[in-house]
Unconditional design. Structure first.
Length: 292
């Protein structure tokens, strides 16, 4: 592995200053960064360890009944928060698809976002529940939609001096649910060939009041299936409608063929995964899923 210096800032402002120095890399869990450095796929003159910045490791209930999850919170700590798990069980399930149990003790939700992988398991669900992210840099702090963060494989919308500080979840609406489903060749520790993150809210009459569908591994970035979403809104959630929405989402996907799967196979998977995720969300929302 190449030689580098190591810094352990205690504040977000100090971390931003260090990242602005050039050839610096932020380290949260390191489960992606360390292998990339070893294999020569990334370079670093300085490693800036974010694990010792208090606010980056905290999970906080916000006054509006939403959640603020520090970017350096590990998957294991995320899953151990019972109140968060009751509000957003689908997020915990999606995060726990990341690596092995050992990896999850180090891997972070923020790292899953910042790696910029089109197959990232937590990102589609976060986009579908309209999460936002807090970013800090030399110019101060800003909050942006999750939708605007991914730019391409390995690329996210952060300036060199900026770091991801927190993921902000909205209050969970009454009669709503969110789920992420994926397909992998192996049951565990594999990368999604295709995935679908879905969030659904039902109206008082049982109709679909809102729906968001985000696809993984079928485009250069996680992809919103907006035509499928529009088809669902205002309609009763029949099996035929959910299957139709899955087919529309498959048509919106932009997959490639590679050694892992053909483009046509990925489209078929999108149709099935979207339908199943929608069905699971409707079932949960129908029994009154809501924040407490």
């Amino acid at each position: 592995m190449q030689a580098f210096s190591y810094e352990r800032p205690r504040t977000v402002e100090d971390a931003s200053r260090l990242l602005a120095g050039g050839r610096a890399r932020a380290l949260a869990g390191g489960t992606d960064l360390i292998p990339q450095l070893r294999e020569g796929r990334r370079e670093a003159g300085t490693i800036v360890d974010l694990k010792h910045i208090g606010e980056l490791g905290a999970i906080v209930r916000t006054p509006d009944k939403g959640w603020r999850i520090g970017a350096a919170v590990s998957v294991r700590k995320l899953g151990a928060d019972g109140d968060l798990a009751r509000d957003y069980p689908g997020l915990i399930e999606a995060a726990q698809l990341i690596g092995s149990l050992q990896v999850q003790s180090r891997a972070t939700l923020g790292g899953n976002l910042c790696n910029g992988a089109p197959s990232a398991d937590a990102v589609p669900l976060l986009m579908s529940i309209e999460a936002r992210v807090e970013i800090a840099g030399k110019g101060g702090r800003r909050t942006v939609s999750m939708d605007s963060l991914p730019l391409g494989p390995g690329k996210i919308a952060l300036a060199p001096d900026e770091l991801l500080v927190a993921i902000m979840l909205p209050a969970r609406p009454t009669r709503s649910a969110a789920r992420y489903l994926r397909f992998t060749p192996r049951r565990e520790m594999d990368i999604a060939i295709a995935g679908a993150g879905v969030a659904v809210t039902l109206g008082a009459g049982g109709e679909i009041a809102s729906a968001r569908i985000t696809l993984a591994s079928v485009a250069p970035v996680p992809l919103r299936a907006t035509r499928a979403e529009a088809r669902l809104v205002g309609e009763g959630p029949t099996a035929a409608l959910l299957a139709e929405a899955g087919q529309i989402a498959a048509g919106e996907a932009k997959p490639i063929s590679d050694t892992r799967a053909s483009a046509d196979y990925r489209r078929e998977l999108v149709a099935v995964l979207t339908r199943r995720a929608l069905d699971a969300c409707v079932a949960e929302a129908s029994i009154g899923g809501a924040t407490v």
